[in-house]
Ligand binder design. Structure first.
Ligand code: ASP
Length: 264
């Protein structure tokens, strides 16, 4: 709910959708329970490698970073790439160089590791997985934005990049259609280019909720992985669907709000 309030405050004050998404995601990255920022899953080497993206539906430009190890809030760096770089995706060393150039401070890579994640890693239980965070927003000027941030999958191969920070897979925003953020098994989401596929269905006339359900059905039919998404169309209509056992999400519109953490 804190993330929702933080994003909503921006929108209420007439602020841009990209800022609302960025601010909501910062709150979620700072919350150790999620697999993003502090508290992310550890890879095979016991390290945290983070991916994040922010997309502006007005320009179709996105800013993304992957496999960064020294950035506490990778969504802040994604915002800088979105606004200050001619490129859309920077990886590892280059992304961290860019952070330094832009005056973003490095954190100690160990600061991102929580006791809980270190225990999960050493017990090799593999029980806890997923927990990517995301946000979608529509501002008073009719601009849509979306963002996604993740620590990726537990025990991932060093340098593995999932769907989350890939435009069209873990995130998509187009003012003419919708804003989408997805979560779940990255390699499966990439196969069906989930976020862009959902956005295309909305552009073709499908209602927000029906589009969300249709892409999850497609993912179940064509892949062995599970996933979920949040979607917001250009009229402010919300769609959510998931095939994972649960997916926590919250939304607020001018007339309604809700917080959900339920299984199918
Ligand atoms: N989609 C993320 C990834 O594969 C994981 C997740 O959503 O939890 O990196």
């Amino acid at each position: 709910m804190r993330a929702l309030d933080r994003g909503w405050d921006i929108l209420k004050g007439g602020g841009p959708a990209v800022t609302a998404c960025e601010q909501a995601i910062i709150e979620l990255e700072d919350e150790p329970i999620f697999d993003a920022g502090v508290g992310s899953h550890l890879n095979r080497e016991g390290k945290v490698q983070l991916d994040a993206i922010l997309m502006d539906g007005a320009t179709l430009k996105s800013g993304a970073v992957v496999a960064v190890e020294r950035i506490r809030n990778p969504i802040r760096l994604a915002r800088l790439v979105l606004e200050k770089s001619e490129h859309m995706l920077l990886a590892g060393y280059g992304a961290e160089q860019f952070a330094l150039e832009q005056g973003l401070e490095f954190c100690n890579p160990e600061d991102l590791i929580t006791e809980r994640e270190a225990e999960i890693w050493s017990s090799r239980s593999g029980a806890a997985n997923f927990g990517t965070v995301g946000a979608v927003a529509l501002d008073v000027n009719g601009n849509l934005a979306s963002g996604t941030s993740t620590g990726g999958t537990l025990y991932k191969y060093p340098g593995r990049v999932g769907d989350s920070a890939l435009i069209g897979c873990g995130c998509y925003a187009d003012n003419e259609s919708s804003a989408v953020s997805s979560t779940g098994h990255g390699e499966s989401i990439m196969k069906v280019v989930l976020a862009k596929t959902a956005s295309d269905l909305v552009a073709a006339g499908k209602p927000a909720q029906a589009a969300a359900e249709a892409v999850i059905a497609l993912m179940s039919r064509r892949t062995a992985g599970r996933g979920g998404l949040i979607l917001l169309d250009r009229h402010g209509r919300v769609g959510t669907a998931f095939s994972t056992s649960n997916m926590a999400y919250a939304y607020r519109t001018a007339t309604a709000s809700g917080l959900f953490d339920i299984g199918p």
